[in-house]
Design a protein around this ligand. Structure first.
Ligand SMILES: NC(=O)C1=CN([C@@H]2O[C@H](COP(=O)(O)OP(=O)(O)OC[C@H]3O[C@@H](n4cnc5c(N)ncnc54)[C@H](OP(=O)(O)O)[C@@H]3O)[C@@H](O)[C@H]2O)C=CC1
Ligand SMILES: CC(=O)[C@@H](O)[C@H](O)COP(=O)(O)O
Ligand SMILES: [Mn+2]
Length: 384
């Protein structure tokens, strides 16, 4: 049996992970964790009977403990709870499927116990990529990407990493591909949440609309595959059939294709280095028809350029990019700022930041907290 802990079990990736586990009876769920969606967590716990359930939010945890007092499940709360289940000796794989840099601490806890991490939470690598990858090496913890592009690249590179020349990261272009800046000014959260190809959580959907998702993925790819930023090319591919590609030194390009369903990369992260029979009807290329490619619009969607800049500067700068973006996306979703303000706020936070080139984890947490505070003030002042 493969014993797993799912951090973020009520979310898009978390629910799809449980669907994969349900199909493959060789997976046992040891722990589930959410922030505050205790309605869904209760259903999951009653069905799956994990040994542990974590509710991050204190008030929701108190209520949840009452609701499941008839069960043997140990209910934990807060960051300690997340770190505890990520470190359990009986857990083989920790699926990090929480949204945002909150995923960093439990991922580090899991790494320090030498666990295998099925990593969906890209913000962890954006915020502290160097530290996380070094720790993984020191503690011999494996990080298997879940993000569709990185799973694609990981699969293309099996056995051939030495001959890699370039990573070709595909981007759908989001719901506003081809829109002018003028048109983008007035877009609403409802419009921005409508991704053309994927059904995802709210934060990543907004990131896809601004192209920040691709920027975060560039930094994620840099750390996962140890490639320079000059060797990462972003190509807009509106059909999202090619999930990414790699170009080798001899000029050959290997691409990974599949239907737009995250259960495939989630399953691969759990089955690696093997392949299990899939849950879905495979892609029918004859039905796909056309695959098209174009250059990203860096003027209309400046977040991608900002992410390349933050990645190249390195040190604490990517943590600033990420924290500022998380706060700005939240504010956009609450209609406190406009769509184009997201990039403007991130750019301003980066301009104000004094980079620490060699941060430790405490420095990263401090920069993350300071950026959130200063960006919140920036947004408040804008609203006045
Ligand atoms: N969705 C997708 O297709 C893809 C997602 N990813 C990445 O995967 C991650 C998850 O995305 P997605 O599933 O879409 O996000 P969702 O918003 O759908 O789900 C987020 C999950 O994280 C939980 N969570 C948030 N904060 C905490 C916390 N402090 N403690 C415990 N749990 C917490 C939420 O709990 P609650 O419900 O209680 O708030 C929820 O279960 C992100 O980093 C995203 O970028 C990557 C590729 C594809
Ligand atoms: C499913 C997945 O991995 C998402 O990150 C997806 O790639 C978002 O699509 P775009 O950011 O390319 O629009
Ligand atoms: Mn992705």
């Amino acid at each position: 049996m493969l014993k797993i802990a799912v951090l973020g079990s009520s979310g898009s990736i978390g629910r799809q992970t449980l669907a994969v586990a349900d199909k493959h009876k060789k997976i046992e769920i040891v722990a589930l964790a959410v922030n505050r969606n205790i309605q869904l967590l209760e259903r999951q716990v009653r069905q799956l009977r994990p040994a542990y359930a974590v509710v991050y939010d204190h008030g929701a945890a108190v209520e949840f403990k009452k609701r499941v007092s008839d069960l043997k499940t140990n209910v934990l709360e807060g960051m300690n709870g997340l770190e505890e289940v990520a470190s359990l000796p009986e857990v083989d794989v920790v699926v990090t499927a929480v949204s945002g840099a909150i995923g960093l601490k439990p991922t580090v806890a899991a790494i320090k116990m030498g666990k295998t991490i099925a990593l969906a939470n890209k913000e962890t690598l954006v915020t502290a990529g160097s530290i996380v990858m070094n720790l993984a090496q020191d503690y011999q913890a494996k990080i298997i990407p879940v993000d569709s592009e990185h799973s694609a690249i990981f699969q293309c590179l099996q056995g051939e990493k030495q001959a890699l020349d370039k990573i070709i990261l595909t981007a759908s272009g989001g719901p506003f591909r081809g829109w002018t800046k003028e048109r983008l000014k007035g877009v609403s959260p409802t419009q921005a949440l409508k991704h053309p190809n994927w059904n995802m959580g709210r934060k990543i959907s907004i990131d896809s609309a601004t192209l920040m998702n691709k920027g975060l993925e560039v930094i994620e790819a840099h750390w996962l595959f140890n490639v320079s930023y000059d060797s990462i090319q972003v190509v807009v591919h509106p059909q999202s059939i090619i999930h990414s590609a790699v170009s080798f030194v001899d000029g050959s390009i290997l691409a990974h294709m599949g239907v737009t369903d995250m259960r495939i990369p989630i399953q691969y992260a759990l089955s690696y280095p093997h392949r299990w029979v899939g849950l879905l009807k495979p892609l029918d290329l004859a039905e796909v028809g056309e695959l098209t490619f174009e250059k990203p619009d860096l003027e209309g969607f400046p977040t991608l350029k900002l992410a390349f800049t933050a990645g190249r500067i390195g040190g604490t700068m990517p943590a600033v990019l990420n924290a500022a973006n998380e706060v700005a996306v939240e504010a956009f979703l609450k209609n406190e700022i406009g769509f184009l303000d997201i990039a403007a706020v991130v750019e301003r936070a980066m301009e104000k930041h004094q980079v620490n080139n060699n941060p430790n984890l405490d420095d990263i947490f401090q920069v993350d907290a300071d950026t959130r505070e200063s960006v919140s003030h920036m947004i408040e002042a804008k609203g006045r």
